[in-house]
Write a protein that binds this ligand. Sequence first.
Ligand code: TMP
Length: 208
Amino acid sequence: MTGVFITFEGIEGAGKSTQIQNAYEILSVKNPDNVILTREPGGTEAGEAIRNIMLYATRHKIDGITELFLLFAGRCQHIRDVIRPALSADKIVLCDRFTDATFAYQGGGRGVDIRLISQLQDMVQGELRPDLTFLLDTPVEVGLERIKGRKEPDRFEAETVKFFKRVRNAYLDLAGRFPERVRVINAAQGIEEVKGEIHAVLLSRGLC
Ligand code: TMP
């Protein structure tokens, strides 16, 4: 595969959606047909249905392991239908969250065994890993303040500060383990500063 696989990660309120859109616009200047924007959970019809369960099935409690299998089921279809074909066609794939989120939310947040997540990662992805990951890092209190009152909270947004602290720590731990791949961006800064830092990294990789 010859394309470039870039993921965006971070806790709620880190500004991920705004920044991935900015990156999409920056990268599209050269060749708009060469960049695709997708997300997880989601990205395919099955993936979006799974997203709906993940975020809004609140009548009965969903176990962390169940979440894990739902996520990897959606990821399997997403890789097969969207990510691999795009990378094979030499495109840049921008993905709003990927498996780092599973390590952070299900591993860190829910306490699911990391070894199980790693096994599923190998099974579903084979060798596929992002080439570059932007971790938009912000203190939990700052992120949660930003999303307060935006809309009715989903299953994750309704979680506790403690939960998000575990998620953030798990993300930072991943950044420490994979420093070449994961670029930590201080997302407590203003939107323009964050955009500028991301732009600089993309420039340094010769992508724009
Ligand atoms: P989003 O609001 O950034 O689109 O993400 C939806 C939620 O899904 C977010 O709260 C985190 C959660 N999630 C996981 O728990 N594990 C995962 O692997 C992914 C991709 C998302």
